[in-house]
Design a protein around this ligand. Structure first.
Ligand SMILES: [Zn+2]
Length: 443
């Protein structure tokens, strides 16, 4: 079953969205009017005669937002998970990322990655690329062509003590100049007039960058207003490395260099203090919560409920390939599961009352919000709900798709259906994907 592009039309569907954290809204048989630019004009129960109807049994959800992807690591997704972060980078990841000096290889991998992500329903992604400007331009070209809303960063990493000779920026000036060149390339791209693809300043993390590089990137952000992404306090090693070098927390160090700004997105953030969280909230930064990756590389569970309570914007990340599965469905499921583990604890040798951190669990409605509007808010983008003024980025789900694994016998009520979709959806259930109202994937 296919659905046409929807610009200038109205789509009638049974839709779910979660504008606020912790609450899901079901919109039964609603008409969503989309203008010629792909923006939602109005949402109404008055259904025009020429409306397009989603096939019976399908549901409309906002497109998924992935706040943390290393595009070049796609070939090693689902492998190389046996070493701690600092070794994993040197043994597996830097050698792989170095290969993107080859633009043919880059075009091949990046094309396959964006196809995979759109096919899984991920319509917005915050991408780390590599240090290579030509390959990073190719990633931008591919996202523009294929229609993924994407923020793309050339990775800056120039520190000779932590980055290998074969894979690092020549010096701080080069890292900053090439970051600026990517910003100019994307912002003036002739096929990117709608601005669906955006640049993002991307210091890999404090350990990989010299002070001069971090300072230069902070100045570039202030001058151009470009968003920033990096990693923060991911593991014990990273957290202590920055404290030893800077005499302050990782979060404070980023702030010191002018890198903690409006919509800066920080990946992982497991070892933040309450003060760090409050600083991030004050600067209107956000956190990419990567529950799968944290199992392998953080050895801890991100205290999500605490971050939300302190007013920090949070969304979900797959962390391809630090996480073994490249879909936000999996990140959503695992965000619920690990929050339950933190809440109740995991070591049966401890007494129940000493086993966990009570008050840490989240529910599926919160996970759905984080996977859609939460991620979008962290980035400051008008997507993630079906409300007037939002861009129409959406997915049609067919729970009964024969190759899928959602068990939906007996016509469950809507909220139970959504829970089943979030726990069970795979590529097989994605019937259609739109960004800016234009169909990008069809079953
Ligand atoms: Zn990462």
């Amino acid at each position: 079953m296919t659905h046409p592009s929807l610009t200038g039309k109205a789509l009638v569907a049974n839709a779910f969205h979660a504008p606020d954290c912790g609450a899901v809204e079901f919109l039964p048989d609603v008409a969503i009017f989309i203008d010629a630019d792909g923006r939602i004009e109005k949402v109404s129960h008055d259904i025009p005669e020429n409306a397009v109807r989603l096939p019976k049994g399908q549901y409309l959800l906002p497109g998924l937002v992935d706040l943390h992807v290393h595009a070049p690591q796609f070939p090693q997704l689902g492998s190389a998970l046996d070493a701690p972060l600092e070794d994993w980078l040197q043994i597996y990841t830097f050698p792989l990322e170095a290969k993107y000096s080859d633009t043919t290889f880059a075009a091949e991998v990046y094309g396959a990655l964006i196809d995979h992500m759109l096919r899984c329903g991920t319509t917005t992604t915050l991408h780390f690329a590599t240090i290579h400007l030509p390959a990073t331009r190719i990633l931008a070209d591919i996202c523009i062509t294929k229609g993924q809303r994407a923020l793309i960063g050339k990775v800056a990493m120039d520190h000779p003590d932590t980055c290998p000779d074969y894979y690092r920026d020549a010096n701080a000036d080069t890292a900053v100049a090439e970051t600026r060149a990517l910003i100019d390339y994307i912002n003036t791209h002739p096929e990117n007039a709608a601005g669906r693809v955006m640049p993002v300043i991307t210091p890999r993390f404090v350990p990989a960058c010299t002070d001069a590089c971090l300072h230069g990137l902070g100045q570039l952000a202030a001058e151009t207003g470009t968003r920033i992404q990096t990693h923060v306090s991911e593991s014990d090693w990273e957290h202590s490395h920055v404290r030893d070098r800077m005499g302050m927390s990782d979060t404070e160090a980023l702030d010191h260099f002018g890198l903690l700004r409006d919509h800066t997105v920080l990946a992982h953030a497991n070892f933040l203090s309450g003060r760090d969280m409050e600083l991030i909230a004050t600067r209107n930064g956000g956190i990419a919560h990567c529950p799968w990756s944290n199992i392998y590389f953080a050895n801890a569970v991100f205290p999500l409920r605490e971050a939300l309570a302190r007013g920090v914007q949070v969304g979900l990340g797959t962390d391809i390939s630090g996480g073994p599965i490249g879909t936000i469905w999996e990140a959503a499921r695992m965000s619920v599961a690990v929050s339950r583990m933190l809440d109740s604890g995991t070591d049966p040798a401890r007494a129940p009352q000493d086993r966990g951190r009570a008050g840490s669990r989240i529910d599926i409605a919160t996970a759905f919000h984080l996977a859609t509007r939460g991620g979008a808010k962290a980035l400051g983008l008008d997507v993630g709900t079906f409300q007037p003024g939002m861009r129409f980025d959406a997915i049609a789900i067919d729970p009964a798709a024969p190759a899928g694994q959602i068990i939906s016998h007996g016509n469950p009520p809507p909220l139970q259906m959504l829970e089943k979709i979030i726990y069970g959806a795979t590529k097989a259930n994605i019937a259609s994907v739109w960004s800016d109202g234009v169909q990008r994937v069809r079953a």
